[in-house]
Design a binder for this molecule. Structure first.
Ligand code: GLC
Ligand code: MG
Length: 418
């Protein structure tokens, strides 16, 4: 990972299902709070790692279903696949390492003798992961028996039970914890060990994350029985582990505050964003500006004139806006067009979020910004890439000098992108 030149201020390593992603929250409230917090305050000097049991296929599917931002590192298939960046470049060194004392064919042959095991979907069978469903009552006994037979066949495996249903068989050196240890070692050898690491999880396959030395950990309030049992037996006296009182991503935000790892006030928690313009970082302005647009289009504004004046205050007098369709306006005129779309999403819960915000200073008072911007409108979603220039020349705050949007491939309708 060479996006950062020095140590990450914070590295968050989070599980997805029922940790970062709340499947019982159709409004996606807590993940959107986390996204805004991360992009405004952490993206520029910190690292986000997703660590999921899902295969690449199911991971990509989840990305389409939920408003997820892009992690710096993606660990999939229960710590057996590590990829870097947006383009997900695989870590071949990790694959080589996992080949030790592993033979998938033997695992398949031996497990077929257990009628208690039912095989998961083909997408979830991976080079270093063989996965089944097994009832809670049978899990312990099957695990024990399997361990014995596979050892007898010369394999060194790890069997993990999660969510009260999933049973994964992996090479002994694999798993979410081992994958994290591997990454930390890699960072250390480059002299870039994160200042703080926070691991986040809810189920059995996350337990290993909490036993990596030095890390802070949060078990979200909705954590599964098997993780809480592991905690009670192995880590009860570790003050670096928190069982949050909040669910999913809200529990992660809670832990950032609890362990004092940095700010945990998401721009989505700030009641009057129009007054919040003297930001320390341009990424913060990017997040705030887009949240204001969301509020406007949801008709959640008390004093519309004051609100528009607030938006105009962050537009450079001669700033230009290029819409993805190619039309061009002064930013100030564009903001006047906003009057027409006040509350246009009423009835449909519009959500706007930005992803992968990068900012580079290109002059004493000038910044070049790039980010993806997404709008979720009912069930439909569309995105654009935004490049922008911001300046602090004429004021104490960041003003938008230039905004250029280009539709991302996945786009559908064109009208509703502001
Ligand atoms: C995910 C995977 C599944 C695995 C489970 C627990 O749901 O899709 O294969 O068994 O995580 O690790
Ligand atoms: Mg989970």
């Amino acid at each position: 990972m060479d996006r950062l030149k020095s140590s990450a201020r914070l590295m968050i390593v989070s599980d997805l299902d029922h940790t970062m992603v709340d499947h019982h929250d159709p409004e996606n409230t807590s993940i959107l709070r986390f996204n805004a917090l991360w992009e405004a305050h952490y993206r520029h000097d910190s690292l986000l790692v997703f660590s999921t049991g899902r295969s690449p296929t199911l991971y990509k599917q989840l990305r389409k279903e939920k408003p997820m931002i892009t992690p710096d590192i993606t660990i999939m298939s229960v710590g057996t696949e590590i990829t870097y960046g947006k383009s997900m470049v695989p870590d071949d060194g990790w694959v080589q390492f996992l080949n030790q004392k592993w033979d998938k064919d033997i695992v398949i042959e031996e497990t077929s003798k257990f009628p208690e095991l039912s095989r998961q979907a083909e997408t979830e069978q991976r080079p270093h992961k063989v996965s089944f469903y097994v009832k809670k009552e049978k899990a312990e006994q099957v695990t024990e028996a399997l361990n014995k037979v596979l050892k007898g066949r010369g394999l060194d495996v790890k069997i993990i039970y999660s969510g009260g249903i999933d049973l994964d068989i992996l090479p002994q050196g694999a798993g979410k914890g081992q994958a994290l240890a591997y990454l930390l070692k890699k960072f250390e050898s480059e002299g870039k060990q994160p200042v703080n690491t926070l691991v986040c999880g809810d189920s059995g396959n996350d337990a290993e994350l909490f036993s990596i030395p030095g890390v802070h950990g949060v078990m979200v309030s909705n954590a599964q029985e098997e993780l809480l049992q592991w905690y009670a037996a192995n880590a009860k006296n570790n003050p670096k582990i928190l069982h949050a009182s909040e669910r999913c991503a809200a529990g992660i935000i809670q832990a950032i505050g609890h362990f004092k790892l940095g700010t945990n006030i998401s721009p989505r928690d700030v009641s009057d964003l129009t007054k919040d313009i003297e930001n320390a970082h341009p990424a913060h302005e990017v997040v705030n500006f887009n949240l204001l647009l969301e509020k406007w289009r949801r008709a959640e504004v008390e004093d519309t004139e004051l609100f528009l004046a607030g938006l105009k205050a962050v537009a450079h007098p001669t700033g230009i806006f290029i819409h993805p369709s190619g039309t061009e306006h002064h930013i100030k005129d564009h903001l006047n067009i906003l009057r027409k779309v006040y509350g246009d999403s009423q009835g449909k819960p519009l959500k706007i979020w930005v992803d992968d915000v990068s900012a580079s200073q290109i002059g004493s008072d000038t910044w070049l910004l790039k980010f993806d911007k997404w709008e979720l409108y009912g069930e439909e979603r569309q995105g654009c890439v935004v490049t922008a220039i911001m300046s602090t020349k004429e004021s104490n705050w960041f003003t938008w000098v230039h905004i250029h949007q280009t539709f991302l491939e996945q786009s559908g309708k064109q009208e509703w992108m502001f």
